[in-house]
Design a protein around this ligand. Sequence first.
Ligand SMILES: CC(C)(COP(=O)(O)OP(=O)(O)OC[C@H]1O[C@@H](n2cnc3c(N)ncnc32)[C@H](O)[C@@H]1OP(=O)(O)O)[C@@H](O)C(=O)NCCC(=O)NCCS
Length: 160
Amino acid sequence: MFQHEITLPGDQVFEIKPCGTGEITDILDIERECFGPDAWTEDFIRQVLSLTLVPGIFKKDKLIAYGVLSIRKNILSIDNLAVRKGYRRIGLASAMLELMLGTGKRNRCKRAVLQVEKDNQGAIALYEKFGFTKVRILKGYYSRHGQPAGDAWEMEGTTD
Ligand SMILES: CC(C)(COP(=O)(O)OP(=O)(O)OC[C@H]1O[C@@H](n2cnc3c(N)ncnc32)[C@H](O)[C@@H]1OP(=O)(O)O)[C@@H](O)C(=O)NCCC(=O)NCCS
C-alpha cells in the first residue's frame, strides 16, 4: 500500500493514498464535473472500488483527483484519471500517472494501455508527454443509453 505527500509548485502539499468506499460521494462529484452525462454511476464506482486499485490525491482530506488502474497479463491499463477543475495544470495528473506507471512497473508490466476520447486534446497531450502514442481509433467506443456516443484513441506506452 502507498501513502505519501507530494509538494507541487506554490508549495501546495497533497497526500496520495488509496480511495475507499468513504470517497464514493467525492468520486461521483468529480466524475460528474469531468464527464457530465457519461459520468460513472454510484453503483459502478462501488464495483470499481471493490475490484481494483483507485489511488486518490487529497488536500486536507478532500479528494481532488483520482486514477483507476488494472493489470492483466502483465499489461497495465490506465482505466480512468480525473482532476477537479480548480486544480488543473499544476501537475496532479502527472503525479497520478507517475504513481500508476510505477505500480505497473513493480508488478512486472512493461506495456501500458489506455483509451481516451478522440477530441480530448488536453488528456492526449498529457499522455503524449509521458511517451504514449496513438495506436488505433476505436469507433463507437463510448455509448450513452445504449447508443454510440463517440470514438476513442487507444494509446500505448511503457512503464519506464
Ligand atoms: C486531462 C487531465 C486529467 C489533466 O490533469 P492536470 O492535472 O491538469 O494535468 P497536469 O497538470 O499534470 O498536466 C501535465 C501536462 O499535460 C498537458 N496538458 C494537461 N492538460 C492540458 C490541456 N487542457 N491542454 C493542453 N495540454 C494539457 C500539458 O503538457 C501539461 O503540462 P504543462 O501544464 O506544463 O503544459 C484533466 O484536465 C482532467 O481531469 N480532465 C477531465 C477528465 C479527463 O479528461 N480525463 C482523462 C480521461 S482519459
